[in-house]
Design a protein around this ligand. Structure first.
Ligand code: TRP
Ligand code: ZN
Length: 850
């Protein structure tokens, strides 16, 4: 435990800041170890707050050099977290406050605040990094206009807003401090232009290190398509003369939406066919869009406080998902999003870190940038839209932008625009924001005299701090199929609002087959005693592409679970059903690839646990491997032709259709390699003309315990490319055999190229360790120890990333008593570490059930 347990911040304690900041003038004299920051704040009492209060300014690790109020020096001493100016010294009207501080970007390894990456200065201020730059009310409801100047010999000098001179920037839009950004470095721009819907010209630049200019075309194309899409779909136009993106190698997360100056992890900008996979291209497109969309959902309308984080993140994820669907395939995008939701958010919701989409307390806000806030936050918006309809959603969003532009808003404001625009009462719907946990919906049915009845029951399991839950309003999209495969009742949305409810369909000639929760219309676990025949029927006939895939997925899971729990053989009808889809040329190859992909081991463990079993990681691994062997055998005669037919010769096309063909080809190759000892995969490796194919073939080889030569060649070829070398490190760990995983990982952490202070490299190795389910949960506990060692080592250097990676331990309650004891011992060891950060301290405390 850290010396003093930091106390929780409560939503209920919200109070407006007693002062308004009208304007901020910042000047940076940049220096690696002695940067001087001068700030001049123009302030006035906040008429919306009680008068006569002290002024508290946040500030961390700042050396205060001077302080003056209305030009008169003040002799005050800051404490560890900031500076208080007593009310007695503050005039009743407008006043100025000037400070000068010294900071050291070079030694700031937290990658939060002002820091250096590869010789360039850059900033990260969300959520509370600005307080490491200057004394300021670092909270999102304090919005000010910023002017920035800097003094440095770096050739490129950037900040928010429009340029007013060399190294001088003016941002006309009031913004909270978390959207501040500054970059200065030896960078080159890849440039283009965009003309907005009202005819304004916007200069677009992507700044990268010299030599990387040739890797920006796809990111730029994605940006231009995002700008156009937001105009066409949401009526939102860009609002500055310039939009800059900077790629940075050392970055804690994906990217950051700073006003007019988005800063990106370089892996989400740089792409060439030779170095980036199809998944990388898809992520670049999605994250470029996400950060751009924040300009309206996050920046023009921001959050009142950090409890409202989902207001900007859930909505912006929802918007980027819509965009990716429009750019690619809605069906495939929805399936991928649900896969992520279940893998990350359902997992979080089912364990000790479960929290509401809008939490009501936190210790360290950086620990709440979670799958629940982002992904479930987006699902909640999808449900709102399902309930109010397309037109209602549009009217509500128009009202939201109209009413709240320039505001720091709340979830209450958000729900109010839906109520006002549609007349719908959302009191019950709000439970989705305030109550954690994944509802379970059980479905039974009966059929009598042409009347078909669906009986739905919802259960809302307890989560930490929330023993009791109220029934939620759950939109359940349902369609009915005839036994001949025709749709007799097209999709309609049933609204489940009670614990138990029945829905009647009349006038049916025969008992229909129900297709329930179409499009995954709510983030729930659907439980239905369905037969394998019914699932196979839906896989063959469902007109809803999500449920078609879901039927195959459920079937595969049932087969796997029967194998694990009863040693059951792989049933021939499952093999036949997968074969039919795999070779059905009328279906999108991307969809077929998804159907061919078996559920992952962590997903199976989650499912077993929910069904009351104790998952055995080794047994899960063995069963899944056996099932893949059976599938390969069943498809053996047709695999070589499929692999050959799906080759994508000619110039690389990053589009969804070509990517889908590559995905299906690699799926087929993975099966074929189980039969031909890797011959086809070695050929595919040698003839690869994209990173998707090269890395895909290498992964296939490593998965069957081969590929040592290719792995060594890959490393030699890509030695100089950091992003590709991250892939190499990740592959070594991801495909390590269970009993060798800890040793292989440990050896990689001793490799000369293991730069553990770089989050991408750290994640490539350490997150792959926890991602290798059977290896991580090996009975020896070696992997648990290794992870804990590295978290303890990283914590003082980069607490945000250490805390984020600690959630690998969140699933401990699923496993047997021995594993539980091993993991809890590691958590306790971390907790006992002297000087533990608030970030990691909160995470381990919650996981241990403190
Ligand atoms: N707001 C960012 C996004 O979702 C994410 C973010 C929050 C972030 N905190 C961060 C990114 C810290 C990097 C570092 O787009
Ligand atoms: Zn975001």
């Amino acid at each position: 435990m850290s010396e003093t347990s930091p106390k929780a911040i409560l939503l209920a304690d919200y109070a407006p800041y007693p002062f308004v900041v009208d304007h901020v003038a910042l000047h940076f004299a940049l220096n690696p170890t002695q940067t001087r920051v001068k700030a001049k704040l123009s302030l006035a009492p906040n008429p919306a707050a009680p008068s006569g209060q002290d002024m508290r300014l946040d500030g961390e690790k700042l050396i205060l050099k001077s302080l003056a109020l209305n030009g008169t020096p003040l002799d005050l001493t800051p404490d560890d977290t900031g500076l208080t100016i007593p009310a007695a010294l503050i005039p009743a009207g407008p006043f100025t406050l000037e400070t000068e501080v010294e900071i050291s970007p070079q030694t700031n390894t937290s990658l939060d605040g002002l820091y250096m990456s590869g010789g360039m200065y850059c900033t990260q201020c969300e959520a509370q990094g600005f307080r490491k730059i200057t004394f300021y009310p670092d909270r999102p409801d304090v919005m000010a206009r910023f002017d920035v100047t800097m003094d440095t010999d770096m050739p490129v000098q950037l900040s928010n807003g429009n340029p007013t001179g060399p190294g001088a920037w003016h941002d006309p839009w009031p913004k909270p401090a978390y959207l501040f950004a500054l970059v200065a470095g030896n960078l080159v721009a890849y440039s283009d232009r965009f003309t907005t819907m009202s005819g304004r010209e916007v200069a677009l630049n992507i700044y990268v290190r010299p030599g990387d200019e040739g890797k920006c075309a796809y990111a730029m194309d994605s940006l231009i398509r995002s700008m156009k899409w937001d105009e066409e779909v949401y009526g939102r136009e860009y609002d500055l003369d310039i939009f800059n993106i900077v790629a940075v190698d050392d970055f804690n997360m994906g990217a950051m939406e700073n006003k007019g100056l988005n800063i990106f992890n370089s892996k989400l900008v740089l792409a060439t066919p030779e170095t980036a996979t199809d998944d990388d291209y898809a992520r670049i497109e999605a994250v470029i869009a996400h950060e751009y969309f924040h300009n309206w959902t996050g920046n023009r309308i921001t959050c009142r406080d950090w409890f409202q984080l989902c207001l900007k993140e859930g909505l912006t994820v929802y918007r980027d998902q819509q965009f990716s669907g429009d750019m690619r395939s809605h069906a495939v995008k929805r399936i991928e999003d649900v896969l992520t939701l279940r893998a990350r958010q359902f997992r979080e919701d089912g364990g000790p870190l479960a929290h509401a989409v809008r939490p009501d307390s936190y210790v360290e806000i950086n620990n709440f940038y979670t799958a629940t806030i982002y992904e479930k936050g987006a699902e909640v918006i999808g449900m709102l839209k399902a309930l109010v309809g397309e037109a209602g959603y549009k009217a509500a969003l128009d009202l939201y932008f109209d009413r709240h532009d320039g505001d720091a808003a709340t979830i209450e404001d958000w729900l109010q625009v839906f109520e006002d625009a549609t007349g719908r009462d959302l009191t019950q719907f709000k439970h989705w924001y305030t109550q954690a946990g994944t509802p379970r919906v059980t479905v039974t049915d009966d059929f009598k005299n042409g009347t078909y009845t669906l009986h739905l029951e919802q259960k809302n399991p307890p989560t930490p701090g929330q023993p009791h839950k109220d029934p939620k309003v759950i939109p359940v999209a349902v369609g009915l199929l005839n036994p001949n495969g025709d749709e007799v009742v097209p999709t309609r949305v049933l609204e489940l609002t009670q614990a138990r409810q029945s829905f009647v369909f009349e006038g049916l000639a025969s008992r229909p087959v129900p297709s329930i929760l179409r499009g995954f219309s709510a983030p729930v676990v659907l439980e239905r005693d369905s037969s394998a025949t019914e699932r196979a029927f839906l896989l063959a006939h469902d007109t809803d592409p999500f449920n078609k895939w879901e039927a195959g997925r459920a079937l595969a899971k049932e087969v796997l679970i029967a194998k694990i729990t009863r040693g059951a053989a792989t049933p021939p009808d499952w093999l036949a059903a997968v074969e039919t889809v795999t070779f059905d040329d009328s279906l999108d190859p991307a969809f077929r690839a998804l159907t061919l992909r078996l559920p992952g081991e962590d997903d199976i463990a989650q499912t077993l646990h929910a069904a009351g079993h104790v998952p055995d990681p080794a047994a899960i691994h063995a069963a899944r491997q056996a099932m893949l062997d059976d599938l390969a055998q069943a498809l053996r005669a047709r695999l070589p032709a499929l692999v050959a037919a799906l080759a994508t010769p000619g110039p690389f096309d990053p589009g969804a259709v070509a990517a889908g063909r590559r995905a299906l080809r690699l799926g087929a190759l993975a099966l074929l390699s189980r039969l031909d000892a890797g011959v086809a995969a070695r050929a595919a490796y040698d003839s690869a003309n994209s990173m998707t194919e090269q890395m895909g073939a290498l992964a296939v080889l490593l998965d069957i315990g081969q590929g040592a030569d290719q792995s060594a060649a890959f490393r030699r070829q890509w030695q100089a490319d950091r992003l590709v070398m991250d892939k190499w490190f990740a592959l070594q760990v991801s495909y390590a055999a269970p009993e060798a995983t800890a040793a292989i990982t440990r050896a990689l952490t001793e490799d000369k190229d293991f730069d553990w202070k770089n989050p991408n490299r750290f994640r490539a190795v350490i997150a792959s360790l926890s991602g290798n389910h059977a290896g991580f949960h090996h009975a020896s506990g070696d992997s648990y120890r290794l992870l804990a060692d590295w978290l303890i080592r990283l914590d003082p250097v980069n607490p945000q990333t250490a805390a984020r990676m600690s959630s690998a331990f969140e699933t401990w309650p699923r496993y047997d008593a021995d594993r539980q004891a091993l993991i809890r011992a590691e958590l306790a060891r971390i907790q006992a570490t002297k000087g533990l950060s608030r970030n990691l301290g909160e995470m381990v405390g919650r996981m241990l059930g403190a």
